[in-house]
Each structure stands twice: as structure tokens, then as C-alpha cells.
Design a protein around this ligand. Structure first.
Ligand SMILES: [Zn+2]
Length: 461
């Protein structure tokens, strides 16, 4: 018995030595299972339909919503959250981020973001260590879905996949590393795109991403690509031929119905990234706009690597104006919403100057409101829409994006009703994610920790 124990200890110490870097990673880690949580007397904004249900109790256990009803009894040891005068909504989902580390996870969660789709470029340490730690409840953060980004050339700085054989190999690699999707990029060859779609289908991975210049979105979606990663992709391979040079002009509105019908026929999901295109348009040729982003107070939560990248963003040195295209994309987005094309919100944060993790997701919803979406339509793109999309990719995962029994308990407690005013999303009293409740003070603590670690980065240890 004794020798066995020492052998086990030896193994444990060995693992510690090897895993030292990962174990010493910054950020709070919790290991005990969180208690059940009972919300009492709260107004539900379930997002399954446009409705508010008053005076409800919601019981959360093991990371799931296990009961909803009037005056539910609290199990022994449950954490009770008084919800009177408060609104309980699903946590928000940003379906286009480029998060890099555990600090980005904290910033997202503190803004009420409980699900993200990482759209490529993540380090293997993020994919293999940070994400599993978040999913196991050992680190604070949103649930992360992962897309592996591949292109046909290194022109944009991404991995090149040159042949159908490469395509099959990269899909196997994605599967081994627990990715959920392959993200296709502009320069893929048609036969490589076809091989990616086929291999991804066999491996139960989704295909998401850009318009591929030599294929075109219409054929991509017909072949089974699930999601278009930006509204503006339609400009490059649908509204104008891929080999045309239309400058910065907007397409005619008369082209919108056919593009909507084509998307609907394919059953594809579109990422309505209006705040992203809006930020690009705002800083286009305007250095003072780009400089102002780096003076915003929330820059203290932005990875210093991104601060350097933002300073050299380059959009501010461009000529002309994207304003006509931005207005067109707003009308296109509204037409997609009114045709019930499935839509998801996405920001591309933090890799484009001005797109702050968390804050830019709210900005996206405000931009959709500005384009004529109802509050329910806008909020759906960050709740119900992402839940339905990932339900098609991962049908055995618990549902999310709505408040219903059996779904993942990703919840926001708000002081106001977001269906009345989307700005209510800025009145977060607490968040449930990963089975744990964090009140406003704890969320602020996550942000303060990130700001402190960046501020201290240059200090002597
Ligand atoms: Zn992106």
C-alpha cells in the first residue's frame, strides 16, 4: 500500500513539473463543484418567443436549468438570488471572436458573454488548455466553440491547404483537437474547398467562413457551408462578380431579394457583423477615429499585443468612404431578418481596431436596432440564433440561447428589460456560466484582475 502511494505521489509531482507552466497560468481557478442556484421572483425573458414571464423561479444545478416555475423550493445548500424587479435573460453569444487567452475569457464573461465561436488563429495552448479548463469550470469564461481557419495561400497570414489530401488531413487534425468547425478563407482552390466540405461532413464538423473567390458563396452554401462569417462577404462574390472591381460602390437594392432567397434556400446562417463593418467605415481614412479607440477607458482590458496591432491597423490610411456600403449592408441585414434567415451576431473582436471584446457585441445589437431590427430580432442574434445554429452542429450538446429546462444555464440578471431597451444589457447584476453565479462585484473583479496584469506586465517581479 505504502509503495503504491509513493508511486502515485511521484507521478503527481512529475505531472506538476511538466505541467508547471499551465498550472501557474494567471487567473482565478476554482475546483469544487458550485452549489445549486435558485433565482426567486424574477421576470423571465426566455427568448424562445417575444415574451416576458413575470414572477418565476429558476433552479440551476450542475450547469443546467433544471426547473422553472412559481415559488420553487430551494434545495439544501442552494445559493438563493433574489430577483424581484430584475429580468433574467439568456447569456449572450458572440459568434465571431479571436480570443487569445484566459484574460480574454474573463473580459467576455464580465460583459455577459457566455458563448463564443472562436473563428481562428487561436494558439494550441488556448485550444488545448484554456478552453478545457473553462469547460470544466476551473476558469471563468464563456463556453467556446472553435473553428480552424484555412486558406489556399499564405496571402492573409493563414495556413495554406493546397490539395484535397491536405484538406482531409487538416479536418482530421481539427477533429483530434476538438474543433467544431473548419473556417474557409478567400484563396482556397475549388477542389480543396469541395474536399474540406466532404471531409468535414464525415467528421461531423461544420464549415463556416468567408466567400471563396474561385467558388462563390452561392455554390459554397449549396454545397453545405453552414455559415457566412461576415455580411460583407456577399459584396465580394454575390452582389458583384468575384473578378469585378466595383471600387467602394454599393450594389443596387434590387439585388437584395435574390441574395436573401438564395441564402434561405440553402438554409445557411449569416453573421450580421454590422458594428464591425461600421467601425471599419468609421475609421476609413480617418486617423483621429482610429486613435480615439486607444483612448477609450476599456482599453485597459485589451491585450497589449492588440493595442500595438490597432495602432497599425491601416484602415485609417485608406481613401474614399465605405458609408454607402455600410448603409446597404444594414438594409440587407434587415431583409434577411424579415425573411427569417437564421442570423447570428459576430464582432471579430479584438482583431479589428475598435472592436472590444464584450462591448462590441452590444454595439452590434445597437447597430442592428439602428438598421430597423426590433429589439427581439436584434437580441435573437446573440441568444436564440447562435443556440439554434450550434444545435445543428452539436445536436447532442445541451441547448443554449433560450431559458428552458434542460438547457445550459447561461444566464444574465439585468436591472431592466432588454426587449424594451437593448441598453438594459449594460445593467448586468450577475451572470451564471459554467454552473457558477458571479455577481456584479465578482465580474468587476475579473476585469480588474485583467487590467492589473496588463498594467503590471512591465513591473519588476
Ligand atoms: Zn475573424
Amino acid at each position: 500500500m505504502h509503495w503504491r502511494r509513493s508511486a502515485a505521489l511521484g507521478l503527481a509531482f512529475g505531472a506538476l513539473a511538466w505541467g508547471g507552466l499551465a498550472l501557474a497560468a494567471p487567473g482565478p481557478e476554482t475546483k469544487t463543484a458550485p452549489p445549486s442556484i435558485l433565482f426567486r421572483d424574477v421576470a423571465l425573458v426566455p427568448m424562445d418567443a417575444e415574451r416576458v414571464v413575470l414572477r418565476q423561479s429558476v433552479l440551476v444545478s450542475g450547469g443546467r436549468i433544471v426547473a422553472i416555475g412559481k415559488d420553487l423550493a430551494a434545495p439544501t445548500g442552494a445559493k438563493i438570488v433574489q430577483g424581484r424587479g430584475r429580468f433574467l435573460a439568456p447569456g449572450l453569444a458572440d459568434m465571431h471572436v479571436h480570443a487569445a487567452n484566459g484574460r480574454d475569457m474573463q473580459v467576455l464573461l464580465a460583459h455577459g458573454v457566455t458563448t463564443v465561436l472562436d473563428m481562428g488563429g487561436a494558439s494550441s495552448a488556448f485550444v488545448g488548455q484554456v478552453v478545457p479548463a473553462v469547460h470544466a469550470g476551473r476558469r471563468p469564461g464563456p463556453h467556446v466553440y472553435l473553428a480552424l481557419r484555412v486558406d489556399g495561400t499564405p496571402r492573409y497570414g493563414h495556413w495554406a491547404v493546397a490539395t484535397p489530401e491536405d484538406a482531409r488531413a487538416v479536418v482530421r487534425l481539427a477533429k483530434t483537437n476538438h474543433y467544431d468547425a473548419i473556417k474557409v478563407y478567400n484563396d482556397l482552390q475549388p477542389e480543396v474547398f469541395a474536399a474540406l466540405v466532404e471531409a468535414a461532413r464525415e467528421a461531423d464538423l461544420a464549415v463556416v467562413g468567408h466567400g471563396v473567390t474561385r467558388v462563390g458563396l452561392e455554390r459554397q452554401l449549396a454545397a453545405g457551408q453552414l455559415m457566412v462569417a461576415h455580411l460583407e462577404e456577399y459584396l465580394y462574390t454575390v452582389f458583384f462578380p468575384a473578378d469585378a472591381d466595383p471600387g467602394l460602390q454599393a450594389p443596387p437594392d434590387s439585388a437584395i431579394p435574390a441574395a436573401v432567397a438564395m441564402t434561405k434556400r440553402a438554409g445557411a446562417v449569416v453573421t450580421v457583423d454590422l458594428a464591425t463593418y461600421g467601425a471599419i467605415a468609421a475609421q476609413w481614412g480617418r486617423p483621429e477615429v482610429a486613435a480615439a479607440y486607444l483612448k477609450r477607458p476599456d482599453v485597459v482590458w485589451l491585450d497589449p499585443i492588440q493595442r500595438i496591432a490597432w495602432r497599425n491597423g491601416g484602415y485609417d490610411r485608406r481613401q474614399g468612404s465605405l458609408d454607402a456600403r455600410l448603409a446597404f449592408l444594414g438594409r440587407f441585414a434587415k431583409a434577411l431578418a424579415d425573411a427569417d434567415v437564421p442570423l447570428v451576431a459576430g464582432t471579430d473582436a479584438p482583431t479589428i481596431p475598435g472592436l472590444f471584446l464584450g462591448a462590441s457585441l452590444r454595439d452590434t445589437l445597437y447597430a442592428l436596432r439602428g438598421a430597423g431590427f426590433t429589439n427581439f430580432q436584434a437580441l435573437s442574434t446573440a441568444t436564440r440564433g447562435p443556440g439554434e445554429m450550434m444545435g445543428r452542429v452539436r445536436p447532442r450538446d445541451p441547448c443554449f440561447g433560450i431559458i428552458a429546462v434542460g438547457c445550459r444555464a447561461d444566464l444574465l440578471l439585468l436591472r431592466r428589460n432588454p426587449l424594451e431597451d437593448l441598453r438594459a444589457l449594460e445593467t448586468v447584476d450577475g451572470v451564471v456560466a459554467g454552473g457558477a453565479w458571479r455577481d456584479a462585484a465578482e465580474l468587476q473583479g475579473l476585469l480588474d484582475g485583467v487590467a492589473r496584469s496588463y498594467a503590471d506586465a512591465g513591473a519588476s517581479p
